[in-house]
Design a protein around this ligand. Structure first.
Ligand code: LLP
Length: 403
């Protein structure tokens, strides 16, 4: 996390959060550029022997200023829609560092990706490959594609964010993939350049990744194709709480290096959460506090429309005070939002530092799948996004979904 207390006051990169909160409409997302840079560099360092292309997964955070900064650090982009592709291009990310993933790309999305000559379109069905071939033929192009393998590996993560098992909609099972490699030889306007995989998100163990590498090795051997790239996807888990299990990326990097030597391919990664998850907070004002039965409800001005993960996945994101009182309230305390749904609840505590109406709290580690999952539900405006960079405060109000 990029937050720390000095005395009773919460700071982000040496700037007092309360000062920022008072000058901006709450709720708002607050990111530390320094932390994003640190995370990106740490990730690249783990894999420096592999020299991969790191394509930041835009679905985790599509803020154009953040994408621009990541682009400057050398990142490419993993995109899944026309909107994400346009944002990556706006952030001046070179199309030759962009991979286009997704199970249901439309005609117009494919047309744009082909026109912009992205590095790879990772296809997930034979029909998609045929469509890319047809569009490319009309445009007089040969388009490089990756084929997404469904390796039938259990990523041992939440079932709702697991994507590599037999019964999931993603990728092609190995037998179908091999069949397709054979039958596609007559398609002159596509080139199969890569195998791609992505087995799930918030993965905290190396074992499923190891199984996936083995599954890819088998495919390479059986297909007899010399792939230029192997796109190993993302999924690296982070610690939402101190006691959460930490993924041993060092150990994984050793496996990937060995794999690369054996296969002689350029490696691509698509991390999202690992780069931005712990770099963002959602700053919210306490609207009211009331007691129902034996519980205090702390009603925030942030709701499930601003931050969906607790409602969607029952995800636990710690809440901390912006100005921490030395006194504590004991009893059942539940932080909730203003939306007319009982699932609009964030977290429950048995005790909490004393708080009052009108004060600010922070929902932590919301940098990934926070703002990007937000909506206008209840016809509420979207929360703005503020980035702290070298002591400067940059407010990026979103225009696209504002009401
Ligand atoms: N590549 C592909 C093809 C993906 O589908 C994803 C995420 C990633 C890369 C990046 O995964 P990451 O490194 O961030 O784990 N909304 C959920 C997470 C959904 C992930 C979807 N795919 C959440 O809030 O936990």
């Amino acid at each position: 996390m990029s937050l720390n207390y000095k005395g009773q006051n919460l700071f982000i990169d040496n700037i007092q959060v309360k000062g920022i909160a008072r000058k901006n409409v709450t709720p708002f997302y607050l990111y530390s550029y320094k932390k994003i840079k640190d995370n990106f560099e740490t990730f690249c360092n783990y894999f420096k022997n592999v020299n991969p292309l790191v394509c930041f997964s835009v679905k985790s955070n599509s803020n154009v200023s953040i994408l621009t900064e990541l682009g400057k650090l050398g990142s490419g982009a993993d995109v899944v829609s026309e909107g994400e592709l346009l944002k990556a291009l706006k952030a001046k990310i070179n199309p030759k560092k962009i991979v286009f993933s997704g199970v249901g790309k439309t005609d117009s999305e494919l047309r744009l990706a082909i026109k912009k000559r992205v590095l790879l379109i990772n296809v997930e069905s034979e029909s998609e490959a045929l469509l890319i071939n047809k569009i490319s033929k009309k445009m007089n192009r040969v388009t490089s594609i990756g084929i997404r393998l469904n390796p039938n590996v259990d990523a041992k993560t939440l079932s709702k964010i697991s994507t590599g098992k037999l019964d999931s909609k993603f990728g092609l099972l190995s037998t179908n993939l091999l069949k397709f490699c054979k039958s596609s030889r007559y398609l002159k306007n596509i080139k199969i350049s890569a195998i791609s995989v992505h087995i799930g998100s918030q993965i905290t163990s190396v074992a499923p990744y190891k199984r996936t590498l083995n599954a890819i090795k088998k495919i390479i051997k059986l297909s007899k194709i010399n792939f230029d790239y192997i796109d190993l996807g993302g999924g690296f888990g982070i610690q939402y709480k101190k006691k959460d299990k930490k993924i041993d990326i060092k150990n994984y990097s050793v496996l990937v290096r060995k794999f690369q030597k054996e296969t002689n391919c350029k490696i691509i990664f698509e991390p999202g959460r690992y780069i931005v998850g712990n770099t963002g907070s959602l700053i919210s004002k306490i609207v009211f506090i009331k007691k129902n039965g034996n519980k205090y409800f702390v009603i925030l001005d942030a709701g499930m429309n601003d931050f969906m993960r607790p409602a969607l996945y029952n995800a636990k994101h710690e809440i901390i005070s912006v100005s921490k009182s030395k006194k504590r309230i004991n009893g059942n305390i539940e932080f909730v939002g203003p939306i007319c749904e009982s699932t609009d609840t964030f977290l429950k505590y048995k005790n909490f530092p004393f708080i009052k109406e009108g004060e600010y709290v922070t929902i932590t580690n919301v940098g990934a799948y926070g703002s990007t999952l937000s909506s206008n539900y209840n016809t509420r405006p979207l929360a703005s996004e503020i980035i702290i960079k070298k002591g400067n405060i940059k407010n990026n109000s979103k225009k696209t979904k504002d009401c």
